[in-house]
Design a protein around this ligand. Structure first.
Ligand code: LMR
Length: 328
């Protein structure tokens, strides 16, 4: 009702409504790049529902999916500037703020989902989460998506030799570049929202992503071959603008933190469920699937795993050790 909403000062403006004074809701803008039916899309809608419920409507959460408001490059700047209040970037995309976040890309670092959740509870990860303080943002929570797989347009990827000379779309960072280099392939950083077109037009030959991202982005329309490798992770961190967050009335902030904690539990359940559903969807969409057997997978491990040692000094031994301990 009032343009003062857009200032988002945290001090709600008042409006007179039938003689009764009623505060305008505080608007919380949440921007992300995946579709509404992805785990990130559904969990951010859950956060909206709970946040509005727990604040009795004193807060309105506006969720903008599918890079509608900001693409994955712009959203990091937008949250620092306070133009958006919450974002949920893939961890990799924080490489420019702290390259240690590239632990998520280290090949074959995590054994399964539980190892990832256990690592998130580690002191090494807590320290990493706090490392964004200097950027005017706070990392509130971690949400999963799943393990990454390979997709290729023209032929199946069965052995490391099949990668030679292909160009892969990657999210960002030198770890992913090194991973594909180890396989004899090239790579190009392309925003998520532009990747379908890049695959369609042949700007790149291939890519890697989770079952759900491959499914919800409809890569099956432009990529024929899926290789189930589980070679790396794709997960999210929930980032808020610190000034905005700390400027909220205490009871509101507490309600939002409760909503976030519950949305996080929901995200964990959802991601595992959607991961498997999306795998089925990809088969039904006509993708040809290669499920690497143990011997085939071992070849990839042998060629890609040296990337972990190569980046140990960048990522930090404490982080790699905590990830390995989480596999036990
Ligand atoms: C990607 O760029 O592939 C992912 O970061 C997209 C996402 O947010 O899941």
């Amino acid at each position: 009702s009032s343009s003062s909403n857009s200032s988002n000062s945290g001090n709600a403006a008042t409006a007179v409504d039938g003689g009764e004074k009623k505060a305008d809701p505080i608007i919380v803008k949440f921007s992300h790049v995946t579709t509404i039916d992805s785990p990130k899309g559904l969990a951010s809608e859950k956060f909206k529902e709970l946040a509005e419920k727990y604040t009795d409507g004193r807060v309105t959460v506006e969720v903008y999916p599918s890079s509608q408001l900001y693409g994955d490059k712009e959203e990091l700047e937008a949250v620092q500037a306070g133009n958006v209040h919450i974002i949920a970037p893939s961890i990799t995309k924080l490489v420019g703020m702290n390259p240690q976040f590239q632990y998520v890309d280290l090949p074959f670092l995590f054994k399964d989902n539980d190892a990832v959740y256990k690592f998130w509870e580690s002191d090494a990860n807590k320290k990493l989460m706090n490392s964004l303080d200097n950027y005017g943002v706070r990392l509130l929570a971690m949400w999963p998506n799943g393990f990454k797989q390979f997709v290729n347009g023209k032929y199946p990827l069965v052995t490391p030799a099949d990668f030679k000379g292909l160009k892969f779309r990657v999210q960002a960072g030198s770890v992913l570049e090194a991973q594909f280099k180890a396989l004899g392939a090239g790579s190009a950083t392309i925003p998520f929202g532009e990747t379908y077109t890049a695959l369609q037009q042949g700007t790149v030959d291939a890519t890697e992503n989770t079952f759900n991202n491959i499914d919800t982005q409809k890569y099956a329309e432009v990529q024929k071959h899926l290789t189930v490798s589980n070679h790396g992770r794709l997960d999210y961190c929930i980032i808020v603008n610190t000034k905005f967050w700390d400027g909220l009335p205490g009871d509101i902030r507490e309600a939002l933190e409760k909503a976030m904690a519950e949305a996080t539990d929901y995200a964990v359940e959802l991601a595992e469920d959607l991961d498997q559903k999306s795998f089925e969807n990809l088969k039904n969409a006509g993708m040809e699937v290669v499920e690497l057997n143990e011997a085939q997978r071992a070849e990839f491990v042998k060629i890609m795993e040296p990337v972990v040692a190569e980046f140990e000094s960048v990522i930090g031994k404490d982080i790699i050790d905590a990830a390995r301990a989480a596999n036990q």
